[in-house]
Design a protein around this ligand. Structure first.
Ligand SMILES: [Zn+2]
Ligand SMILES: [Zn+2]
Length: 170
């Protein structure tokens, strides 16, 4: 009985938490995860659960540009079921079609991927992660330049907050 209760509690916690999957080696990973954890807690009121480090899927490699196809990574990360959302992180360059654009992050309706390759700094990386997680919970783009959901306009910014339209829905 006690075991069953513990199991039910852990399933419940998992369903409330963001699963974080690491593709390949990510420099300063511990610092990065701590920064992510803090901001995800502040913004979404959620904990993260580390799924671990896995090899980045070779089939997602796009050789002509030395990039990984983000759409395939988003699909791959969705294999890990039962979390509130999945955030996959990588230091590799990622891209989407077409043509093959290099991007910072991409989201589906459950999982998303964010790359350190273009964001470079931890605050920008964390900001993109908050944006992509927003997509996984159904947030659309926004014209407010101070909102996390601002549509990318060629300039990476740290936003710090949601606008009034995006606030509240978790
Ligand atoms: Zn977006
Ligand atoms: Zn907004």
């Amino acid at each position: 009985m006690r075991l069953l209760i513990l199991l039910l509690i852990s399933i419940h916690l998992k369903g409330q938490s963001i699963g974080v999957l690491t593709y390949g080696e990510v420099p300063n990973r511990t610092v990065l995860i701590t920064a992510l954890q803090k901001e995800i807690k502040r913004v979404y009121g959620k904990e993260i659960i580390e799924i671990g480090v896995v090899e980045i899927p070779r089939r997602a490699y796009y050789k002509p540009r030395y990039r990984y196809i983000a759409d395939m990574l988003v699909n791959d990360a969705a294999r890990y079921k039962g979390y509130s959302s999945i955030l996959a992180i990588t230091a590799k360059d990622i891209s989407t079609d077409s043509p093959n654009w290099g991007i910072c992050g991409l989201a589906g309706d459950y999982s998303c991927v964010v790359s350190m390759y273009r964001t470079k700094t931890i605050p920008l990386f964390v900001d993109v992660a908050i944006h992509e997680i927003g997509h996984t919970i159904g947030y659309n783009h926004c014209r407010d330049v101070s909102c996390f959901m601002q549509e990318y306009d060629g300039t990476l910014r740290v936003h710090k907050k949601f606008c009034d339209n995006h606030k509240g829905a978790k």
